[in-house]
Design a protein around this ligand. Sequence first.
Ligand SMILES: CC(C)(COP(=O)(O)OP(=O)(O)OC[C@H]1O[C@@H](n2cnc3c(N)ncnc32)[C@H](O)[C@@H]1OP(=O)(O)O)[C@@H](O)C(=O)NCCC(=O)NCCS
Length: 147
Amino acid sequence: MNTELHFRPANMNDADCLLLWRNDRATREASLYTGRVEVADHLKWLRSALNSDQKRLYIAEVNHRPVGTIRTDNEEDGLILSWTVAPKSRGKGIAQKMLKRFVEECDETLFAQIKVANIASQKVAERAGFTLQDVKEGVLFYQRSAD
Ligand SMILES: CC(C)(COP(=O)(O)OP(=O)(O)OC[C@H]1O[C@@H](n2cnc3c(N)ncnc32)[C@H](O)[C@@H]1OP(=O)(O)O)[C@@H](O)C(=O)NCCC(=O)NCCS
């Protein structure tokens, strides 16, 4: 059995699982916008994200099963990174593997915004080489400079 983690680009067939993960309580608590997302809004957002040259959306898979997602949003000086692990796959080191792998394969400056209460994400970001730059209104601003 191949337990290696790999990334593939997201597509419209991922809509259901991405919405499930997005509306999960812990994901909402970790997000800047904490409300539930409705199906129609989600489909509109996903379609536009997949067609945008300002965003990239990836699904992480282990053994051909989706275990998480990473999104990048273009910024003037680099990419803002955000991530979610599938609720059923949490607590198994997946976030750590996803971030480490993604950062290793990326040669751009990366940014991440993590809420103060989100200790797990702070740990994985720091272990992937992000350093804390600033704190504003309960949000930690991290950066990982390109080598
Ligand atoms: C935060 C999240 C990404 C962590 O994913 P995960 O795969 O469960 O994390 P890992 O198993 O790689 O654990 C990483 C570290 O965080 C710790 N951790 C995991 N869940 C934790 C929790 N709820 N509280 C405190 N620490 C936690 C782990 O113990 C591990 O630390 P250790 O190696 O010192 O034991 C996942 O819970 C998630 O998707 N949450 C909702 C979305 C989110 O927070 N996205 C990030 C927005 S910036």
